[in-house]
Design a protein around this ligand. Structure first.
Ligand code: FES
Ligand code: FE
Length: 442
């Protein structure tokens, strides 16, 4: 068979051509067809909580300034000096009303207007020339539940239409606490020698848990904690988005297996659960509190609502390299002890040196190395990766075996449509209509 993604319902196989993870040409196409044309997660509004706060960030290879102007409005500019293109702001975060370019010292307000040009009279500029020298705003910016998205294409659909069912899961994150959530100071930054799509697949992959994280699983068993992969479900939410649901989890402040999770934390968790019941009603509270989620929003956002809430942003730096940025979300106004325990849990579990994340990074990197090994010889029969687990029931997982790859297949179908490869390289086969049915908790 040929093609980037091959779906054969008679043979019950779904295959992804491995060039999708290693080709420079496909990487460039992703930049043009995905990163330049769809909504991208930029950051959380609480990262620029006060007027004049700013952060700089790179999305799809483009340096950006993410700031709150003197009037309190959120703005996103291309971080490129209108004079000759220099990266204007070279700090990662801070507070300022003015951005001054280091090259010739042209200076801009955080509303985008030019504020000063040293030696202005020496420029033989026509009428209105300097007024037109404004910072370029990113064409589209929209905020949902505090999550700030941008698009470089002015013609993208409204953000809520794009997010679809993913929007409600983002609402749930905020509903966990009556006063809402804020991003804690500090960014975790690390690079992975693997294609960005491996991180995406891994976030939908519930069944790697026991084998990949076997050190952690062994530790859990020693502490008497039951471990199973069975009560996990992966849902395709459409538009490339997905949700991995893990049932049977409780406390949000810290993990139940944490030795530091004592009577006090158990009491606080129970109180919080009761408060959610009152505030949200039992059905909604059950979704918000008794399930853990890993939400993926195509193409670059992962929200880990396990115990502790983390945001991860994927920035592909090449076909074989991904820069990851991660932040922790926490309830506003939380007391100091709870916050400290939350931070410890975060660092010891989903942080880049924690109990879980290094195993996952090793998985991405090992897949990438293995894929490079099969690069040039299609006759070896290893030129496709197989994603056929649970093809019979893509929505709910196979009966009695609840973890499948339906969400991954949803991602790949969307990806192929988005990059718009030429005929013969597109998805082949048709999926039965019943598989279009999604999961909606509203
Ligand atoms: Fe920025 Fe000249 S390039 S002032
Ligand atoms: Fe993992």
């Amino acid at each position: 068979p040929g093609g980037l993604v091959v779906e054969d319902w008679d043979a019950l196989t779904f295959r992804v051509n491995r060039i999708a993870y290693r080709s420079q040409q496909i990487f460039r196409r992703e930049r043009d067809r995905i990163w330049a044309r769809t909504w991208l997660y930029l950051g959380h509004e609480t990262e620029v909580a006060e007027p004049n706060d700013f952060r700089t960030r790179v999305l799809g290879g483009r340096p950006l300034i993410f700031c709150r102007d003197a009037e309190g409005e959120i703005r996103v500019f291309l971080n490129s000096c209108p004079h000759r293109g220099t990266v204007l702001c070279r700090e990662t975060e801070g507070s300022t009303k003015l951005f001054q370019c280091f090259y010739h010292a042209w200076t801009f307000r955080n509303t985008g207007e030019i504020a000063a040009v040293p030696g202005r009279d020496a420029y033989e500029a026509s009428e209105g020339f300097f007024d037109a020298m404004k910072l370029r705003a990113v064409p589209r910016m929209a905020v949902h539940e505090g999550f700030v998205f941008v698009a470089f294409d002015p013609d993208v659909p409204p953000l809520l239409d794009y997010l679809g069912d993913a929007a409600d899961y983002m609402t749930m994150v905020n509903e966990q606490h009556a006063d809402g959530m804020e991003v804690l100071p500090g960014t975790q930054l690390y690079s992975v020698r693997g294609n960005w799509k491996l991180a995406v697949e891994n976030a939908m992959d519930g069944y790697h848990f026991s084998p990949t994280h076997n050190t952690f699983v062994g530790y859990l068993r020693e502490t008497g904690f039951a471990v199973t992969d069975d009560d996990q479900y992966a849902y395709n939410l459409g538009n490339g988005h997905s949700l991995l649901v893990l049932t049977g989890h409780g406390g949000r402040i810290s993990m139940l297996w944490e030795p530091r999770f004592g009577e006090d934390e158990k009491r606080r968790t129970a109180e919080h659960r009761a408060e959610m019941d009152r505030r949200l009603g039992p059905e909604r509270a059950r979704y918000v509190a008794d399930e853990s989620h890993i939400l993926y929003v195509f193409p670059n956002l992962l929200l880990f609502d396990l115990e502790g809430l983390s945001i991860r942003q994927l920035e592909p730096a090449g076909p074989g390299r991904t820069d990851v940025r991660a932040w922790q979300l926490a309830p506003r106004g939380e007391d100091e002890d709870t916050r400290a325990l939350r931070m410890k849990t975060m660092v010891s579990f989903v942080g880049p040196g924690g109990l879980a994340t290094p195993d996952d990074i090793e998985a991405y990197e090992a897949v990438q190395r293995g894929i490079e090994a099969t690069a040039d010889d299609p006759r070896a029969g290893l030129d496709y990766s197989d994603m056929s687990r649970g093809m019979v029931d893509e929505v709910k997982g196979v009966q009695g075996r609840s973890i499948d790859e339906g969400a991954m297949r949803g991602f790949w179908r969307h990806w192929v449509r988005a990059i718009g490869v030429a005929d013969g390289l597109a998805v082949t086969g048709t999926r039965p209509a019943s598989f279009l049915e999604g999961r909606n908790v509203r």
